[in-house]
Design a protein around this ligand. Structure first.
Ligand SMILES: Cc1cc2nc3c(=O)[nH]c(=O)nc-3n(C[C@H](O)[C@H](O)[C@H](O)COP(=O)(O)O)c2cc1C
Ligand code: SF4
Ligand code: SF4
Length: 445
């Protein structure tokens, strides 16, 4: 059976499935129930400075984007960091760590951008024997207006400065949690690395307004007649987070920096995708809030079974496995030709592929009327550009396949012989082309 245990920047855990800093990790009772369910680690709900805690709204703090089956696709929240007193959180962290030595317990922190404030909280966290700290440079609402959270994470110089303080004033591993509300995620990741970060975690929530109630003309969630932007998470953000994780894993400046992947993870498969793109642990929030702690059971067995089936014996072997095949658009093979093919036996004649291709793609699906009122949908290869829209909208799985033309075949659309390897860099239509140019990511022959 595959070994799911991880050693993330010196923090050991029986599996890579950790709960992200959020309501599921905001108190001892929750964290212990999560550990009992099987979670390998948690990042405790973000702690702030000593003194009067922050105050949350006492009304709706969530808004949701629902799919047609009422499944939550996206979750928006206007919650702040912990609103429980610091001393209580620290005491509980200490008790939990003592009772659960084999699980990871990382403490999320957010205090003002002052060295003394960080020095003080780090000392207190160190006294709990927690395994490490995660710097919350990501919260996009409420705290950012007070100069913390995303207000720090959006300025690489601040990220570097605070990270350096934390490394200077603590012997604990420091994980820097990045905000996605920035144009180039590599910049704060590089800054974290320069500041001495042991790892980065991403993503925190995306700045968002989930919707507007058109009767009251007030956006959601409504607090006594007013609304504000919040942080977006859940399955809808996974593609954005995956892209950001892969960019950090690929970039020369940050390659090798350990990554904890966060955003929209609901299943073992989601987690495996993060691992493949360079994360070595994953963190989950929304799925645990929506389905409960027990989802980790399927995550553990699913990942383990898949690794066994694929011959992976340790999580390390999966980490970054898809990175060598991530490249920039300019390195894609423009001579790779694919055509849609419709399986008449499984087609239910709904016509969705025809409408999609006719109205918004390349008018390549012809409808032929047959005897008995039957309709036959046929791809015109002389028009099809292989865009995949028809297969994406078809309600019947695998009814439309996307078949590559073999080398030597003639592409009826262009009249060219298939089999070339031109990229944009050496394509004749590119005025800047260099001829010929090798594929930057080409695997060794
Ligand atoms: C209600 C709520 C509260 C959150 N609070 C925090 C927090 O205190 N600190 C933090 O770093 N992230 C916080 N997050 C962000 C999550 O840790 C996580 O980064 C984000 O939700 C993406 O993961 P997901 O798609 O699995 O939910 C919060 C998220 C939600 C939904
Ligand atoms: S792949 Fe694109 S162009 Fe080809 S038939 Fe389908 S929708 Fe039309
Ligand atoms: S969308 Fe699929 S099922 Fe519907 S007509 Fe096209 S091929 Fe047939």
């Amino acid at each position: 059976m595959a070994d799911l245990s991880v050693d993330f920047v010196g923090i050991k855990a029986p599996n890579p499935f950790w709960l992200a800093s959020a309501p599921p990790t905001d108190k001892k009772i929750n964290v212990e129930r999560a550990y009992r369910a099987g979670w390998g680690g948690v990042v405790w709900k973000t702690l702030g400075e000593a003194g009067a805690p922050v105050v949350n709204v006492s009304g709706p703090r969530y808004g949701v984007l629902l799919g047609p089956d009422r499944r939550i696709i996206g979750l928006n929240n206007i919650e702040l960091i912990t609103d429980r007193p610091l001393e209580i959180n620290l005491q509980e962290i200490k008790e939990v760590k003592r009772a659960w030595r084999d699980r990871a317990l990382v403490v999320s922190l957010m205090v003002p951008c002052e060295e003394e404030a960080w020095k003080s909280i780090l000392k207190q966290v160190e006294d709990t024997e927690a395994d490490g700290v995660e710097l919350n440079f990501g919260c996009p609402h409420g705290m950012s207006e007070r100069g913390m959270g995303a207000a720090v994470g959006q300025v690489p110089e601040y990220v570097e400065m605070v990270t350096r303080w934390c490394k200077q004033h603590s012997r604990m591993p420091v994980i820097v949690k990045l905000t996605p509300n920035i144009s180039d995620i590599r910049k704060p990741a590089e800054a974290a690395k320069r500041g001495g970060a042991d790892a980065v975690s991403l993503i925190n929530t995306i700045n968002s307004v989930i919707g507007v109630d058109l009767d009251s003309m007030i956006a959601v969630p409504n607090t006594d007649g007013f609304a504000t932007h919040g942080g977006y998470c859940g399955p809808a953000v996974k593609p954005i987070a995956l892209s950001m994780v892969s960019e950090i894993a690929r970039a020369a400046e940050t390659r090798g920096l350990p990554i904890s992947g966060i955003g929209g993870i609901e299943t073992w498969k989601d987690a495996a995708e993060y691992l493949a793109l360079g994360a070595s642990t994953v963190q989950v929030c929304t799925a645990a809030m929506v389905y409960g702690f027990k989802i980790v059971e399927d995550m553990i067995t699913g990942l383990s079974d898949w690794m066994d089936a694929k011959g992976y014996t340790s999580v390390d072997q999966v980490v970054g496995a898809a990175i060598p095949r991530m490249t920039d658009w300019q390195h894609l093979n423009l001579d790779y030709i694919v055509k849609a093919k419709i399986d008449e036996d499984t087609c239910i004649e709904c016509g969705r592929c025809h409408i999609a291709c006719e109205d918004t793609s390349h008018q390549s699906i012809v409808v032929e009327a047959e005897e008995g009122g039957k309709r036959r949908f046929v791809v015109d290869e002389a028009e099809c550009v292989g865009c995949n829209l028809c297969a994406s909208v078809c309600p019947v799985p695998n009814c439309i396949s996307m078949d590559p033309l073999p080398a030597g075949a003639i592409d009826l659309r262009t009249g060219l012989v298939v089999g070339g390897k031109r990229t944009w860099l050496d394509h004749p239509n590119n005025p800047m082309a260099v001829h010929p140019r090798p594929h930057a990511n080409a695997p060794a022959e």
